[in-house]
Design a protein around this ligand. Sequence first.
Ligand code: NAD
Length: 267
Amino acid sequence: MANNLLAGKKGVIFGALDEQSIAWKVAEHCVEEGAQIVLTNAPVAMRFGKIQELADKLNAEVIPADATSEEDLENLFTKSMEIMGGKLDFALHSIGMSLNVRKNREYTDIKYDWMQKTFDISAISFHKMMQTLLKLDAVNDWGSILALTYIASQRVFPDYNEMAESKALLESFARSFGYHFGTLKNVRVNTISQSPTWTTAGSGVKGFKEFFDYADKMSPLGNASAEACADYCVAMFSDFTKMVTMQNLYHDGGFSNMGLNPAVLGM
Ligand SMILES: NC(=O)c1ccc[n+]([C@@H]2O[C@H](COP(=O)([O-])OP(=O)(O)OC[C@H]3O[C@@H](n4cnc5c(N)ncnc54)[C@H](O)[C@@H]3O)[C@@H](O)[C@H]2O)c1
């Protein structure tokens, strides 16, 4: 379904770990639509992920960067501009990791130094990414920056643990930085709030299968897939969404506006 929506555009995509990753699909769809991209992920993901496989397929370079390191981010964006021969038109933040979730700590028994690390990886990295892009003047006018989020930022989903606050912080950074990037550079910043999706990060949440099935039944259109999310990201990187900024955009088959769906009760 390629329409050349991103012809001539250059972008950096964070977070493709394996073929289930949402960022993996976004990278594929962006290239299908004519974009040139650089892929990045944490240095540790180079060892156990499959990012090089994706890079070979898409004829893209991979530049490792820990998204919590300003130095790594500066190197990433400087090199990306050199490789692609110009400033960026889009960037995707598709990064999430919670130490307390990973180590099965309950929300009422949080280890705070892990919580801070979680916020740094999952949310503050988005601010760091945008601040670095702005300081390097690395984004073209009418560029588009996106991060992926989840509705637990706004409503309580107990097993999502400290990731709920991470996502609330992430969405707030999109609004606040969206003001600055918009005013200074005409660059838009948004978050996409995606349905539960089977990925390494997603399936790490306790009770994910039940959670996934519940959301699927509750949503009139069912859960949105990673492929559909990739199409939405392409639309948000394209010139058809130039005036959309500082928004949290639900991509969830209608879940966020449901109160009760009889299907959940088997009716
Ligand atoms: N899967 C879901 O159900 C779901 C739903 C809504 C939103 N999201 C969000 O989508 C995004 C992508 O997650 P996913 O589901 O594709 O899972 P994923 O596990 O494939 O992706 C998470 C990525 O974060 C990367 N990462 C972790 N620490 C990093 C660091 N320090 N520096 C750079 N990268 C780092 C990982 O290497 C991995 O590639 C996340 O923000 C996630 O919260 C996921």
